[in-house]
Design a protein around this ligand. Sequence first.
Ligand code: BDR
Ligand code: CA
Length: 316
Amino acid sequence: MEKVIYDCDPGHDDAVALAIAIESKNIDLLAITTAAGNQLQERTFNNARSLLKLFKRTDIPVYKGAPKPLLRDLIIADYVHGKTGIDGTTLPSNEDIPKTTDSANDAMFNIISNSKEKITIVATGPLTNVAILLLSHPEIKSNIKQIVFMGGAAFGGNYTPNAEFNIYVDPEAAEIVMQSGIPVYMFGLDTTMKAQFYTKDIEDLDKAGYVSKKFADLLNFFKKSNTVPIFNEGEEEGIHMHDPCAMAFLDNPDIFKMYKLYVSIDRDAGQSLGMTVVDYNQTTGKEPNVHVSFGLKNELLIDLIKKSMFELDKEY
Ligand code: BDR
Ligand code: CA
């Protein structure tokens, strides 16, 4: 069972990833830390707390991370996730859950340094909080088993033609993570645009219990911003389940096809800013530093998502 800290910016697809984490028999979710990304820090923090209320797991602590990227101004994705950061349904109020006072950085440091087992960090927002941890406490690197993140792409982007949103928001943080020397696993658009959840799957959720129905509403909102590649040959384009890929990897690594390659981040102003430069032809001669995912068995991911929701329904 993996001991996990989940750094996220919920976010519709972050919420699906969280549902997987809560229900997976292979994941022991110790804490959530929230990143500024899809929405402002205050909103992603609030959303994480409300999701735990929905899942009846308010025993899991949520810690607030940095309000902005390391060097740059914050860019948010309200054009995808809406005004609240998770539009499309009403989540339960979290006012009765006591607020933590530790920062995400202090909480991550305490959990990792006090743990007998190595900790896995799953990150599905900009990598700001993870980079701050590695910069401020380099001595705990040896107690981090792996960093599994959603972001980047070997080919293309979704925020610019070359950059994926999470990496574009904080490219300096991403570079710190890539060069950390810790085992890093990357779930970029090469995989996550193929991780598709179809209309019929949303309908299945809508016919199920309380939590599933909430997710059907959330996903119907999320669907509106789904990008459809021009080369989709007339087939239905399902919703891209970006963040669930990173979490599903811990539940069942066999879902994904991984290759270890050298990856660095373009931080120069210009049309490739925020690009994950993946040396897929191994032309640089540099030692591979990242396990990059290039594909998945989508039906296994869909089953895992639905199974997690149906389990959560049983709480009602
Ligand atoms: C990533 O950007 C966010 O909007 C999603 O939550 C996901 O983490 C996809 O590019
Ligand atoms: Ca996210």
